[in-house]
Design a protein. Structure first.
Length: 504
């Protein structure tokens, strides 16, 4: 978080001071370059198409001029160098005509701006060499006259060469280029400004996302109480836009961080409470052992040594049992596998009920088997027996003498079986039910206890729940005055695998 916070602070999340590599600048540049390329292609295509059209029109006029010149020569009676047809009406200024003889130009004239004829110079005639009377078009630069489009006709008529200047075509093309360049410049400037404004406006949510992320990154999440973290405003969380999707995902991430921190705090609180309870439970037998040892070393013989040693042994056994229970829970938390084998559930539960009846003869113990046939589960026999024994001990210890305890083993239609331990005792207070399977949870203050029984450590139901989950089952409880029922649901052997694993 710290490194990310530094990067965010250096990136100016408010949207100001961004470098040349910012997304906004790159998008504007990309749009501008794209528009320039598109405008250039369109302008070039327009110029080329217009030039082809104008050249086609000019070529047609050149051909018409050559045909008129050829027809004029056929009607005239002049010599081989006669170009008098240029004086005829309809000949535009700049029209050029020439006569051939044995492939050589013997006469060539051009119509001037004032409508007269002017003989071409030797250099100008030299530029016309190589043109044959086959009707093809040629482009030549004539010194002093400019660029001309020329053609020569022969055939059955009098061979003649005619041409028209290309200045008008070039002038139209030049003007078209200037107009298109001006329009493109104005359009590109307008488009660049508009895209810069639009892109800046559309990217504002990303700036607010960066600001929110920077604010969250500055919160010290590794210590102390964490207040409610900042969120991206609802107006920026439109899932129909890419920026809105980023905002939604960031809010989900912040929600996940908050829930993880809250779970961490709950775990830490449970751990502190667990350590405090474990310390208290261990301190009591240790204090008793230390007291009896000091009592015996002091020489005070008001209590027989055998009785003192008996109490020391009892407290040692109690402390050993507590440590073993804590170790079992720790191993289950680590996910260590259980020993798995096929177990007849009815036999296992019956044996547990007989043991409970021997330990608590003042209770009325009942066993009911509601099975279609033998029910086999894949389980660790000793651990599954411990689950049932803990539930029976819980019913025996926390209910008064004479309480009826009914144990039911029932097969279900979903390849599962259930063990129900039901008693008609005073019940569990509703406020205690949500935490009944948590460690060091006791009901001593609300449920009657059999006289002469020592208080439990509050780990029996927690161990039963952990072992049930380790067997792929689930445990539940429901209680009201006069009825308390614990249920353990397990998969049968046909549904559960039998892995080979070391014993827990």
């Amino acid at each position: 978080m710290t490194a990310w916070s530094g990067r965010l602070r250096g990136a100016s999340p408010s949207g100001t001071g961004l470098g040349r590599r910012s997304l906004r600048v790159r998008l504007v540049l990309f749009v501008s370059v794209t528009l320039v390329a598109v405008c250039a292609v369109m302008a070039l295509s327009t110029v080329l198409v217009q030039r082809v059209y104008l050249l086609g029109d000019l070529d047609q006029r050149v051909t018409d001029a050559a045909e008129r010149s050829q027809g004029g020569l056929q009607r005239r009676t002049g010599g081989a160098t006669d170009l008098g047809f240029l004086n005829e009406r309809g000949q535009p200024a700049g029209t050029l005509a020439a006569r051939f003889a044995d492939g050589e130009i013997i006469a060539a004239e051009v119509v001037t701006e004032d409508g007269r004829q002017r003989v071409l110079t030797a250099a100008q005639r030299a530029a016309l060499k190589g043109i044959i009377a086959d009707g093809s078009r040629h482009t030549r630069d004539l010194p002093g006259l400019g660029t001309y489009r020329l053609t020569a006709l022969g055939g059955d008529g009098v061979p003649v060469l005619a041409g028209l200047p290309m200045a008008d075509v070039q002038q139209v093309i030049d003007r078209l280029v200037v107009v298109e360049a001006a329009i493109a410049a104005v359009g590109l400037a307008t488009a660049a400004c508009a895209s810069a404004v639009v892109i800046r406006r559309q990217l504002r949510p990303l700036g607010r996302v960066a600001a929110t992320a920077a604010e969250v990154a500055r919160v010290p999440l590794d210590r102390g109480e964490v207040a409610v973290l900042a969120r991206v405003a609802a107006r920026d969380t439109d899932p129909g836009t890419e920026a809105g999707q980023v905002c939604v995902v960031l809010n989900q991430l912040i929600d996940h961080v908050e829930s993880s921190l809250a779970e961490r705090r709950r775990t830490e609180e449970r751990m502190r409470r667990f350590l405090a309870d474990a310390s208290h439970e261990l301190r009591t037998p240790l204090a008793s052992i230390a007291g009896y040892a000091e009592y015996m070393n002091g020489g005070n013989r008001t209590i027989a040594p055998e009785l003192a040693w008996h109490r020391v042994s009892a407290q040692s056994a109690r402390m050993t049992g507590l440590v073993e229970d804590l170790l079992l829970l720790a191993r289950l938390d680590e996910g260590r596998p259980l020993q798995r084998t096929e177990v007849n559930l009815a036999t296992l539960v019956a044996e547990a009920v007989w043991d409970a009846q021997a330990a608590g003869g003042e209770h009325d113990w009942q066993l009911a088997l509601r099975l279609d046939g033998p029910v086999t589960v894949v389980a660790d026999p000793s651990r599954l027996h411990q689950v049932v024994a803990n539930l029976l001990a819980n019913a025996r210890v926390h209910t008064p003498a004479g309480t009826k305890v009914t144990v039911v083993v029932e097969s279900l239609e979903t390849s599962r079986c259930v063990i129900r331990v039901r008693d008609d005792g005073p019940g569990i207070p509703p406020g205690l039910l949500p935490s009944i399977f948590e460690r060091f949870t006791r009901a001593d203050g609300s449920r009657s206890r059999t006289p002469g029984e020592e208080g439990g450590t509050g780990l029996g139901l927690a161990i039963a729940a952990a072992l049930t989950e380790a067997h792929g089952g689930r445990i539940g409880v429901r209680s009201e005055p006069g009825l308390t029922e614990f249920s353990v649901t397990l998969p049968t052997a046909g549904r559960a695998a039998v892995p080979s694993s070391p014993q827990l």
